[in-house]
Structure formats: structure tokens, C-alpha cells
Write a protein that binds this ligand. Structure first.
Ligand SMILES: Cc1cc2nc3c(=O)[nH]c(=O)nc-3n(C[C@H](O)[C@H](O)[C@H](O)COP(=O)(O)O)c2cc1C
Length: 151
């Protein structure tokens, strides 16, 4: 059975720190191995993540993420059975940085929005638009301190 999980949480590390790179690299490797796909977005002090995968694998990852001290105040936005993958092929899409934010995207659409009070559907729409617009991909494209280095 395919399950999904979405949450918003508050980062305990500064925006632009190498922790995000380490999270991204660990996530990509482990998710590939466990058949997990999804999207992680970092915006200032907040993370929002959507993950999907087989029930057991997702439950295991949920527990790892929940215990991770690199974030806190985790608030679940949705969880449950899913009939198909929304991020097929993305071991972990990732976006962060200027010009790729949720608030900017929503404002551009004519809405007032803030990540901490947004609904699941609004966030999913943003994630899909980021992928469609080529704004979500590899962390090297978005973190200046690692851009150009082989990771
Ligand atoms: C915001 C955030 C998102 C994360 N997303 C994932 C993920 O999608 N997949 C993953 O394996 N680990 C993810 N992690 C890391 C896990 O919490 C955990 O550190 C990692 O899976 C441990 O892997 P290891 O025991 O194999 O080193 C995330 C951590 C944070 C803080």
C-alpha cells in the first residue's frame, strides 16, 4: 500500500548552512534505496516536505525524520493512503533560496500566503509548479557555497 506524509517544521540550523546539503544527500541516497519519492522545500526557518512510499518504508522514515534534531515543532499537514505517486522519479526534489519561495509564488498567483498557515493542496501546487518550472532539482543549483563543486 502506498502512503504519503506532509509536514511543516522549523529548522534549527541557519538558512544556507551545509546541513541542508547533508540532509539532501542522505535523503536522496536512502530514499532511492527504500523506494521513497517526494519533495523537500526550505524557506527561511521552515521546512515543508512531502514524501510517499510503501507503508512500512514510509513509517520507518517518518520516525527518523520526527526524531531529527535539525528541525523542531513538526506539524503534520496530511498523511494517509495514496492511489499513485505524485513525485514519481524524484528521490527527493529540493528547492530553497531566493526567487523560489512559496510566498513569492503565491503572491505572483494573486494570493496572500505564508508557508506556516498554508494548506496541503496549496503547497503541493507550489511543489509541482517548481518542478515544472525547473526550480527544483539538485541542491548544487541553489546553494551558492556548493555550486560548481562536485557533490
Ligand atoms: C527536514 C528534513 C527532511 C529529511 N528528509 C529525509 C528523507 O526524505 N529521507 C531520508 O532518508 N532522510 C531524511 N532526513 C534525514 C533523517 O531525519 C535521518 O537523519 C536520516 O534518514 C538518517 O539516515 P542514516 O541513519 O542512514 O544516516 C531528513 C531530515 C530533515 C531534518
Amino acid at each position: 500500500m502506498l502512503d504519503s506524509w506532509m509536514y511543516v517544521s522549523r529548522a534549527t540550523t541557519p538558512m544556507g548552512s551545509l546541513d541542508d546539503v547533508l540532509i539532501y544527500l542522505a535523503a536522496r541516497a536512502r530514499n532511492r534505496e527504500k523506494g521513497i519519492t517526494g519533495y523537500l522545500h526550505r524557506e527561511q526557518d521552515y521546512y515543508v516536505q512531502y514524501i510517499e512510499g510503501e507503508h512500512e518504508n514510509l513509517a520507518e522514515l517518518r520516525s527518523l525524520i520526527t526524531k531529527d534534531t535539525r528541525h523542531t515543532d513538526l506539524r503534520v499537514l496530511s498523511q494517509g493512503a495514496q492511489s499513485r505517486r505524485l513525485f514519481d522519479g524524484w528521490d527527493m526534489a529540493f528547492s530553497t533560496g531566493a526567487g523560489t519561495g512559496f510566498a513569492e509564488y503565491r503572491t505572483h498567483q494573486g494570493y496572500r500566503a505564508d508557508l506556516t498557515s498554508a494548506a496541503e493542496a496549496e503547497i503541493l501546487e507550489f511543489m509541482k509548479a517548481s518542478i515544472a518550472g525547473g526550480r527544483a532539482h539538485c541542491v548544487a543549483l541553489y546553494l551558492p557555497e556548493v555550486a560548481g563543486r562536485a557533490i
